[in-house]
Design a protein around this ligand. Sequence first.
Ligand SMILES: [Zn+2]
Length: 291
Amino acid sequence: MVKNIFLAFGLTLPLIGCVTTTSPVATTKSYIVDSKTYQATGKSERIKTIVLHYTVSDNDRSIKTLTTGKVSAHYLVLDNDDDKIYNLVPENERAWHAGDGGFAGRTILNDTSIGIEIVNAGIAPEYKDALKNGNIDYHPYEHYVAFNEWQIKKVAELVQDITTRYDISPKNIIGHSDMAPSRKIDPGAKFPWQQLYKDYGIGAWYDAADKLAFMDTNAFAAATIPELKQQFRDYGYQINNSDEWDKASRDVVYAFQLHFRPRNPTGTVDLETYAILKALNKKYADTSDFY
Ligand SMILES: [Zn+2]
């Protein structure tokens, strides 16, 4: 092929021999990169967070959306009971899955996260319009579609693998809703975070004894809105400074409950939500790796 191209330009065969000698670019560089003599100790992985999603569509449409448009994810887990996970974007490149939002002091999470999409319908078809009549602000547990057990197993093993390779902190394994509470509710109330923690050692979960100790009615009644909001902030959530539980603030509470109290997500801070939040902050204090 090369020969033909050169012949087409009227060049003679001996010249081809010259082309294959050492490139002049390499010989004119004034330096070599020495990566052995000195090595720094102050460093960490660029990947800090794993963001889990559901696709709200079936296998075929999920594949099409995630491979032909502007949204993508590093990994796609279909709802087929086979042994495949699809890697759509190399881990060292940015996938476009996270969008606006932030968690644990980081924003622009596409820069520093791995995104995993799981095929799941999200809200069951009969409840899709449930928020439109204004009777409820948030979908309860029952409105969400369950994941298949084989999907959970695959996701868990994949997250385990990624977590080990990048040394990701438990708190930074999050749902899309955790980083964008006013825009997103995926992976939803039926994503089994507790099961992942218990069975695979993945992500963050509170200790039951801590939660029990914080189930203190008086302490909860005495906590001011700014104090409660600070607790959410301490854990990693982006929440505003307003002195009330406005919609944006309740969206954060709902996202927290989807993750840590999924059976009863309401958007309202109650005693149990307070106790779980305090228990998490006790267990995961000082785990920030933000330098
Ligand atoms: Zn998502």
